[in-house]
Design a protein around this ligand. Structure first.
Ligand SMILES: C[S@@+](CC[C@H](N)C(=O)[O-])C[C@H]1O[C@@H](n2cnc3c(N)ncnc32)[C@H](O)[C@@H]1O
Length: 182
């Protein structure tokens, strides 16, 4: 149902983050990737098309993880809430984190970024996408870019690219961010 709605909506976020991450990686087959707020697994499906073979899914909803499981593109399924709370994942566990459609009021907020950085190895990548107009209009997203910049000032990560792209969802532009963890 969600996947059909997203198809009708022309939602391109998962394909975009997967491509941006793929372009930043040399040998992508074995790098360990975590799809955060994975939902029904659309990002995992896109990563699979690009030959990523070592991808885990994290979501707060068991129902969503159960749907993601049916896609046969993930290795492990992690039911965790993304926020300022410490995730039950060791430091430096992943080569990359990917996420699309996660930042919104009532969903994921910028307070989870430190945890995402903590679980990615130094030199690893974090690639996230959001609908561009949410940055101005959505209470949960208004501080996203200032928080991203603050974490860069603190020396935790470095922005590689920030690209506005057309037709993220419902014809609206999206923004895709790529960071290197320091
Ligand atoms: C709009 S869906 C996006 C799913 C997928 N990434 C995609 O692009 O289709 C948002 C997902 O975030 C999950 N979610 C919302 N808030 C969360 C949180 N704080 N921690 C973890 N998952 C959360 C929801 O359960 C839902 O599966």
């Amino acid at each position: 149902m969600y996947d059909k709605d997203m198809e009708t909506d022309g939602y391109t976020g998962p394909g975009k983050v997967a491509n941006v991450l793929a372009e930043s990686q040399g040998d992508r087959r074995d790098i360990r990737v975590l799809d955060v707020a994975a939902g029904t697994g659309l990002c995992g499906e896109e990563l699979s098309k690009l030959d990523f073979c070592n991808v885990d899914a994290l979501d707060a909803s068991q129902d969503m993880l159960d749907v993601a499981k049916t896609k046969n593109v993930y290795k492990n399924f992690i039911k965790e809430f993304l926020g300022s709370n410490r995730l039950g994942i060791d430091d430096d566990s992943y080569d990359a984190v990917i996420g699309s459609g996660l930042f919104a009021t009532g969903h994921v907020k910028s307070d989870c970024l430190e945890q995402l950085i903590r679980i990615v190895k130094p030199g690893g990548a974090i690639c996230l996408a959001i609908r561009e107009n949410r940055l101005q209009t959505n209470e949960g997203c208004k501080d996203l870019e200032s928080r991203m910049a603050a974490l860069q000032s603190e020396g935790l990560w470095q922005q590689v690219s920030r690209e506005i792209f057309p037709a993220y969802s419902s014809g609206d532009d999206g923004v895709v961010y790529l960071y290197t963890v320091l």
